[in-house]
Design a binder for this molecule. Structure first.
Ligand SMILES: [Zn+2]
Length: 274
């Protein structure tokens, strides 16, 4: 039996007027849906295809994160998505005499990258998140859908942008997108003051370039709790919050999390309807 999850899903969002938030409903894709899976999105399936699962009303649903560079994934079709190209020019700051040589700095960046990688290798914790994730800044100026953007920095192709940028005044409040445990709250060379929250079921949210952090590693935070303030620390071109999300080691589009509970509800009602 082919379940038309997607059709229902479109309808639900159109009704709620939430369609505005979604570039495409394929950010979250229900198994057995016709169509394609978006890179950076999440597949929800009843098949045991990942370590990331939730149980609702005695049913288990599994999340499969879709890597941004995925060309194949089980029997799903991957959407051909054209990611935006952003040209950025960064003025080189006049260097003060630094106690670090370039090589030391590069080594330090490498070690910090490895540390961050290790954070996402942990076994998935039980679910701590509830409901849809929220946009972590209320008073923002603009919210760029630049997940997956290919960046050209000073004319040189740079890394793929793996989050979304929320521009806001310096000092604007930043809230936990959902409940979880703070697993990182420290300063990095590139990310500046960085907070990472582990929400369980393999889901992490990432808050970079903060001015100040008001929570510490090991703290449990509730959805909507103040965790810090928007800043311009680390490698950043102006005050904004770089907001990222991961499922295990895989970067996912934060927009998928803004609608994850709705998607689960649709999945549940669809499987209950036959
Ligand atoms: Zn960013």
């Amino acid at each position: 039996m082919i379940l038309r999850f997607l059709t229902t899903y479109f309808a639900v969002f159109a009704c709620l007027g939430l369609f505005y938030f979604t570039a495409s409903a394929q950010t979250i894709y229900m198994d057995a849906t016709e169509g394609c899976v978006e890179p950076g999105g999440i597949v929800i399936t009843e098949k045991i295809r990942s370590d990331f699962s939730v149980s609702i009303e005695d049913r288990s649903f599994y999340f499969i994160p879709v890597p941004i560079t995925a060309t194949s994934l089980y029997d799903y079709d991957i959407c051909e998505k054209e990611f935006p190209v952003e040209k950025i020019n960064i003025k080189r700051r006049k260097r003060k005499a630094s106690k670090f040589s370039d090589e030391d700095l590069q080594n330090k960046i490498k070690r910090q990258k490895e540390f961050l990688k290790s954070v996402y290798l942990e076994e998935p914790k039980p679910r701590m998140w509830e409901g849809n994730f929220i946009i972590p800044v209320k008073n923002y100026k603009s919210l760029k859908e630049n997940f997956g953007a290919r960046r050209i920095i000073n004319g040189v192709p740079g890394a793929i942008h793996r989050g979304i940028d929320i521009s806001a005044h310096k000092g604007e409040k930043v809230y936990a997108s959902n409940s979880g445990i703070v697993v990182v709250a420290r300063k990095f060379i590139l990310e500046g003051n960085l907070i990472v929250i582990n929400h369980g079921t393999g889901i992490y949210t990432i808050y970079a370039h903060l001015k100040d952090m008001v929570v510490g590693e090991g703290d449990f935070v509730k959805k909507g709790q103040l965790i810090g303030y928007v800043g311009n620390t680390g490698r950043s071109t102006g005050p904004h919050l770089h907001f990222g999300a991961k499922m295990g080691q895989i970067d996912i589009n934060p927009f998928a999390l803004f609608e994850i509970q709705d998607a689960l509800s649709v999945a549940l009602s669809s499987v209950n309807s036959y």
